[in-house]
Design a protein around this ligand. Structure first.
Ligand SMILES: [Zn+2]
Length: 270
């Protein structure tokens, strides 16, 4: 699943490739995504210029004259910029045709992605309005997390994966950040000390930032024919249940927590 770093790498690539270009056409091959693609979308977008590409959580915000095209990649979605309108494959659901011939193509085998237009500030849209602070921006710090954790009787891993607490920390990065901050995923969030909250914020930022940097250097997005390569980090715990811990050599444990795969070291994480 694309997580925040992959969405951010996509955002940077789109901004670099397409800012200032005009949309001259829209091809919708599949109207049924997680939410139906609005029937009026092609008419709305045609003729507008892409001014800026922003991001809120895992939503991409393509600012055009007079509004925003909002895209969420869902479970399996990805975007490519093609040099020309090449033949579409089975899961290529939507194309934005740009002046100059290039195409922004949305592909999504499982169709859990979302594409919609809004003329109002997208951060006020019901899908985005309840979202907590951005993990890489100033509003997210140890004090914020500590204060919020006092009233929550929930495992710390589920706490940080709750998008109303902090935007866009998915399963992979929650596993990795908890290992790096030596916190056991099942710890009650209200048992965290201020120092532990500080450390957790720092490691969440660290894993996201490292992944964004690494992703930006290995992806040749410009004329990508291949899907973006997701999750470029070498994971310390994610997907490594039963394998040796890089910290102590003991065997990593894998459990289900909130129905998500959770890997940790019983020795290193308390
Ligand atoms: Zn260990």
């Amino acid at each position: 699943m694309p997580e925040l770093p992959e969405v951010e790498v996509t955002r940077r690539a789109l901004a670099e490739e397409l800012t200032g270009d005009r949309i001259v056409g829209v091809v919708v091959r599949s109207w049924k995504l997680r939410l139906p693609v609005p029937a009026e979308l092609p008419a709305i977008l045609a003729g507008r210029t892409l001014r800026e590409v922003g991001r809120r959580g895992k939503y991409l915000l393509l600012a055009c004259d007079g509004g925003w095209l909002v895209i969420h990649l869902g479970m399996t979605g990805h975007l490519r910029v093609l040099p020309s309108p090449m033949e579409a494959g089975r899961h290529d659901h939507l194309d934005l045709l740009f002046s100059g011939g290039r195409v922004l193509r949305f592909n999504d085998p499982r169709k859990f992605g979302t594409v919609f237009w809004t003329g109002d500030d997208p951060s006020a849209h019901p899908l985005l309005a309840e979202m907590g602070p951005e993990p890489l921006q100033n509003g997210f710090d140890g004090e914020y997390l500590f204060t919020l954790s006092r009233s929550r009787s929930v495992a710390v891993k589920q706490f940080i994966m709750n998008s109303s607490v902090v935007a866009g920390v998915g399963n992979i990065y929650a596993n990795e950040a908890l290992f790096r901050s030596r916190l056991r995923p099942s710890r009650q969030s209200r048992s965290l000390s201020p120092d532990e909250c500080e450390a957790l914020v720092a490691t969440i930022r660290e894993v996201l930032t490292e992944s964004i940097l690494k992703g930006s250097t290995i992806m040749n997005f410009g004329v990508a024919e291949e899907p973006l390569r997701y999750h470029p980090l070498d994971f310390l715990v994610y997907g490594r249940g039963g394998k040796p811990c890089f910290g102590c050599g003991g065997m990593l444990e894998e459990i289900r927590l909130g129905n998500r795969s959770t890997v940790f070291c019983t020795n290193c994480q308390r």
